[in-house]
Design a protein around this ligand. Structure first.
Ligand code: FAD
Length: 386
């Protein structure tokens, strides 16, 4: 077992970290204050990231992506956790793995332009009446002579305003769910309000409405009734990257700030870091971050070996997101009043971190998945030598 990173991996981490510190960090405060990223700034950020080969790194080279292994991609995603959601999307791309199920004409029309950053895609599964119960959706698509007729609605769709098309789940039978690529601008497809959130300022979260939207046959992703399963399994990788690895990165960033503060700030003529109760918070923080990091790396390694990492990723989702919640809470405490004050970004990290336990499957849903797997397959499922 070799836990060391190669020189190439260290350079990759360094490049991404420097890009975030130099290009993204200066934009963060303004985005949080205004809730808005200037499209010209977004364009410039994208161009700079693309020129360094940092856009769409998770996608295979045959489609124009960076061709990174799962582990290398995870190392980058960990760094992404150090900046704001909307900046990650614009700088590095949010090219979702389910798009890799594109075939034939779909590759040129949807997949490759997305990897190139020419088009942007969002995933639209959640509806007001169907969140955790993703199969309980009402949106449906019926076959007609020209393809499919789509009706229904979605909500909370991240990045909706910036997106050119959406991967939409829809019922195509009583119990059958398929995925469709739905272009913005199609007649009958309208965008609703931007649903304001506690955090992730700058990222729009939209309602979508489909009123007799005519889709071509080619808009169907995968086979009828299969696309949803394909999408859900591909979203596992997204979950590991965008929740697991980013939680570790965000927690590490917050931890560094917490430690610096504990070294600099004095009360009672003593550094905060010399008080044992502060030391406990620091020690618990680094212990938990390291535990989560190795869980994330192990799951990525399993994916690179072609192993089924579903249960591991469910464990990562719960542990990393809850670890992040505890870390940002401690950071607010160590910073005291300044942790609650908008003059420092700690309160923003606190707000931005809360959603990690909710999206991409809540902690409760993933705990259910883990427990059911253990009860069905036995505790040996989680042995390293299975
Ligand atoms: C900021 C943000 C961004 C999002 N981005 C997207 C996006 O881009 N695309 C998209 O499709 N969706 C998106 N979502 C939706 C997100 O995935 C859902 O909010 C999430 O899956 C939870 O669904 P819900 O909000 O309907 O909560 P509910 O499903 O109503 O759950 C409410 C509570 O009940 C619990 N619960 C539900 N079922 C069970 C059960 N069986 N056992 C135990 N407890 C249970 C939950 O864990 C939770 O605590 C986003 C949401 C937010 C807030």
């Amino acid at each position: 077992m070799n836990f060391s990173l190669s020189n190439e991996q260290k350079m990759l981490i360094e490049t991404v970290r420097r890009f975030i510190a130099e290009e993204c960090a200066p934009l963060e405060d303004d985005i949080d204050a205004t809730g808005f990223l200037d499209p010209d700034q977004a364009r410039a950020l994208f161009e700079r990231a693309r020129s360094l080969g940092l856009f769409g790194m998770n996608m295979p080279t045959e489609f124009g992506g960076g061709g990174l292994s799962h582990l290398d991609r995870i190392l980058c995603e960990e760094q992404f956790g150090r900046t704001s959601d909307i900046l990650i999307r614009r700088a590095f791309g949010n090219v979702y793995e389910p798009l890799l199920h594109c075939r034939g004409e779909q590759i040129e029309r949807w997949l490759k332009p997305t990897v190139a950053g020419v088009r942007t895609c969002s995933i639209a599964i959640t509806e007001p009446g169907a969140g955790s119960d993703a199969a309980g959706i009402k949106t449906h698509a019926a076959r007609n002579g020209r393809g499919w007729m789509l009706n229904g609605s979605k909500h909370f769709i991240s990045d909706g305003e910036w997106s050119d098309f959406f991967l939409v789940s829809a019922k195509t039978g009583e119990k059958e769910i398929s995925m469709f690529m739905v272009d913005k601008g199609l007649p009958g497809f309208t965008l609703g309000k931007d649903q304001k959130m506690m955090g992730l300022r700058g990222t729009p979260h939209l309602e979508l409405f489909f009123d007799h939207v005519q889709l071509e046959d080619v808009a169907l992703l995968g086979d009828v009734g299969q696309g949803f399963k394909l999408a859900m399994s591909a979203l596992n990788v997204v979950r590991l990257a965008q929740v697991g690895a980013r939680a570790v990165g965000k927690a590490s960033h917050v931890c560094e700030m917490m430690v610096n503060w504990a070294c600099e700030r004095k009360q009672f003529n003593t550094r905060l870091g010399d008080f044992q109760m502060i030391q406990q918070m620091i020690a618990d923080t680094v212990i938990e971050i390291n535990a989560a990091r190795w869980m994330v790396y192990q799951a990525a390694w399993m994916l690179d070996q072609g192993l089924d990492a579903r249960e591991q990723i469910a464990m990562v989702k719960v542990h990393a997101s809850e670890m992040l919640g505890r870390v940002v809470d401690r950071a607010v405490q160590v910073f005291g009043g300044m942790g609650f004050c908008k003059e420092l970004p700690i309160e923003r990290y606190y707000r931005d971190s809360r959603i990690y336990r909710i999206f991409d499957g809540t902690s409760e849903i993933h705990r259910g998945v883990i427990a059911k797997s253990v009860l069905k397959k036995g505790a040996a499922l989680f042995d390293v030598h299975r």
